[in-house]
Design a binder for this molecule. Structure first.
Ligand code: GLN
Length: 456
């Protein structure tokens, strides 16, 4: 049963909302101790909300488009009365005093929030191993990391602990764990979804988006998440289409889709083999596949990390111990400290425009190049992550960890939408296909995802 079918059953009262919630609570009770996808759950609150929705349905009152669907929320997004720790000791005592814009929308549409999901500390990572609350296990690949930083959100979905999870994506943090856990994940066009209430990692790159086990879940979530927010300065005035309408896409005739030689070159052979089978399917569905070059692949990681360090340093100055209990530098882990230290150094040097200004110039080059490619085609497809997830406990150097991001940061640097859908498996480990489009052409990505799903 896909999410849309479930929504229908709920609306027709053939599936009780309380049962949907209780089924997830059972799985969470059984498996969360070992998977560690959720940092906190509130079953009473979820069941109360389920009751309220059931009441409305019984009384034939109108219910929202997410009625009865159960959500897990990454613990760096403000939800009233939950601990918004960002998986850091810094914020272990910070309880959300308000709902972020996206949370208001989910609640307005009668979605049910069951709890907060694990992440890399302050979303700075690609493995969820840097969480102060311990790493998350990948439910789809025994003993391996779930990816990150939204590893808890991806594992919650892959482990059948909720219908839809919300993540944030600054350099791949929705798509990367979606790829490693074999689920659908979507980073919308920058500015499409309000960031109000999200703890900043790197504000010019951060974007909130959904993860689910099928494209329907992502489409219904996008329908309610995307929208102009007057309280957020980067919010787009965009009358977005109804993303569910893409669900009947049977073929991809008339679509010109690019593969990029350099994306293959940086990826493991095992990954390329699986991704190639998906690309063949896309071609069989009628799309015209063209091979193009992206000439700045070597610039992507230095550009991304430099901008990330500077913006993150600035964002963390408020965690100075006065409002939130701890000074971040006193309690944070290695990766967060590294970013603060380098970010601080670069910021001091910046009067001479040595680094940050150069990174902004490189960012323009990357953005222009990607837009140039997308002028010629509808979409770009290829691997989401260039290598398979490592085993939990393997010690990676920082640069080895950053390499996971080489194919995902491009969309953030360019502000374009990008999604991940499972391409297949390599020795039982999921491998993801990344699909990218022009700004505000998020719908085209969903068409490909639905077409792939519909073709079985
Ligand atoms: N792995 C990237 C980083 O460490 C991306 C993180 C993210 O998207 N939140 O910055």
């Amino acid at each position: 049963m896909n999410i849309l079918e479930k929504t229908e059953l709920i609306k027709n009262q053939e599936l009780k909302v309380e049962d949907n919630v209780e089924n997830f609570i059972d799985v969470i009770n059984k498996n969360n101790k070992s998977i560690n996808a959720f940092l906190e759950i509130n079953t009473d609150c979820a069941l109360e909300k389920a009751n309220e929705i059931s009441g409305k349905l019984r009384n034939k009152e109108k219910v929202g488009s997410l009625a009865g669907l159960v959500f897990g929320i990454k613990a760096n997004i403000n939800v009233e009365d939950f601990t918004i720790s960002a998986a850091s000791k810094t914020l272990e005592n910070y309880v959300g005093s308000y709902d972020a814009s996206v949370i208001k929308k989910i609640k307005q549409e009668d979605g049910i929030i069951i709890g907060m999901t694990n992440l890399d500390e302050f979303a700075a990572g690609s493995s969820t191993e840097s969480s102060y609350y311990g790493s998350t296990k990948n439910p789809s690949a025994d003993g391996r990391i779930p990816g990150g930083s939204s590893g808890g959100s991806a594992a919650a979905v892959a482990g059948n602990m909720c219908d839809i999870a919300i993540g944030s994506d600054t350099g791949g943090s929705i798509r990367n764990p979606a790829s490693h856990c074999g689920v659908v994940g979507f980073k919308p066009t920058y500015g499409g979804v309000s960031r109000q209430g999200l703890l900043d990692l790197s504000m010019s790159l951060d974007q909130i988006g959904p993860l689910s086990n099928d494209t329907h879940g992502v489409a219904v979530a996008l329908n309610s998440l995307i929208g102009y927010d007057p309280h957020e300065c980067t919010s787009l005035k965009w009358s977005a289409p109804n993303f569910l309408e893409a669900k009947n896409t049977e073929n991809l005739k008339g679509k010109r889709i690019a593969t990029i030689k350099q994306f293959r070159e940086v990826s493991d052979e095992k990954i390329n083999r699986v991704v190639d089978t998906s690309i063949s399917k896309v071609e069989d569905l009628g799309a015209e596949i063209v091979d193009l070059d992206f000439n700045y692949i070597d610039l992507t990681l230095p550009t991304y990390y430099l901008i990330n360090y500077v913006e993150f340093f600035s964002a963390t100055r408020k965690y100075d111990g006065r409002k939130y209990g701890y000074k971040i530098e006193d309690v944070c882990g290695d990766e967060v400290l590294r970013r603060i230290n380098i970010g601080s150094y670069i910021s001091q040097q910046e009067f001479s425009g040595k680094y940050y200004k150069k990174a902004l110039q490189a960012r323009s080059l990357i953005r222009n190049e990607i837009n140039k490619l997308l002028n010629d085609v509808d979409l770009i497809i290829g691997p989401t992550v260039p290598k398979l997830p490592h085993k939990i406990g393997d010690k990676l150097e920082p640069m080895e960890m950053y390499v996971y991001d080489v194919l995902t940061v491009i969309a953030n640097l360019s502000g374009i939408p990008a999604g991940n859908i499972k391409a297949g498996e390599s020795n039982g480990v999921p491998v993801g296909l990344q699909i990218q489009a022009k700004p505000q052409e998020d719908y085209k990505i969903l068409e490909v995802m639905f077409a792939l799903e519909n073709s079985g």
